[in-house]
Design a protein around this ligand. Sequence first.
Ligand code: G4P
Length: 287
Amino acid sequence: MAINWFPGHMNRARNQIEEAMPDIDLVVEVLDSRLPYSSTNPLVDELRVGKPCIKVLNKADLSDPKITKLWIEHFEKQDNTHALALVAEDHKQSQKLIQLIKNIVNQSEDKKTNIRVMIMGIPNVGKSTLINSLAGRYIANTGDEPAVTKRQQMIDLKNGVVLSDTPGILWPKFENFHSGYRLATSGAIKNTAMEYEDVAMYALEYLSKAYPEALMTRYKLEVLPESGESLLDMVARKRGCIRSGGKVDLHKAGEIVLHDFRSGKIGLLSLETPEMMVAEEIIAEEL
Ligand code: G4P
């Protein structure tokens, strides 16, 4: 699924969310737990106009549990914000989200019969998977087409919670240089202008510092060179990615590395920590 975000799409998505928001009791923002900063859009906090929010750190089966815990602590310090790590397709885990939604909303004074929830997030973080898991059935995924105007409907979960199916789809943000690479590494940007090699080199360079042992074990490397290019070259040779004529096929090696990362074969890995984000934001402000 590739989405090209144009100003028209962005405005329409934003307007749809703004129109639906007065009827919403709580916002669930789905994030990729491997990159909670880069997979968010700061507009969520503006559009929810003070309504409670649960940040769902999805794909917890792929992220580093220690870092995911730090992110939960980080989000829970924010105003009217709660956080929960889960694996969306696991029905048992998604039921924990229902429980949390009920706990939060039932504490507020204007208790309603049905709690109305909007699920928001950038593409590919697992919104549809979560909706299907919560509903216990397949709900047609119309949300991936931000240009399509649709009638607002509610999905009744028959447990006191209804979901707005207004597409709470927001675009990823790319202001931070690293975010684009992290999103591409995670697979959130399919039709990326970035080359596989480039993205894989970025990922390898980061992983060699953050998870050196996991990387060495996966690719049977005895040493880890500093640069992403040398690392990718090494992986290519180890994996026999050699073209006829003996030239190293970095593109193929890049595909292997990114596929391994996305499927968790290198290990449970996170691409960013709350501490890294603070440092990156300070650098961005200084520029
Ligand atoms: P979206 O609506 O936010 O765009 O995301 P969607 O549910 O379509 O999920 C995107 C991909 O992420 C899907 O993979 C889905 O199976 C996977 N996914 C969702 N939740 C989880 C999770 O908790 N753990 C893991 N490991 N994967 C999850 P896909 O169908 O293979 O699509 P793609 O990756 O080929 O795009």
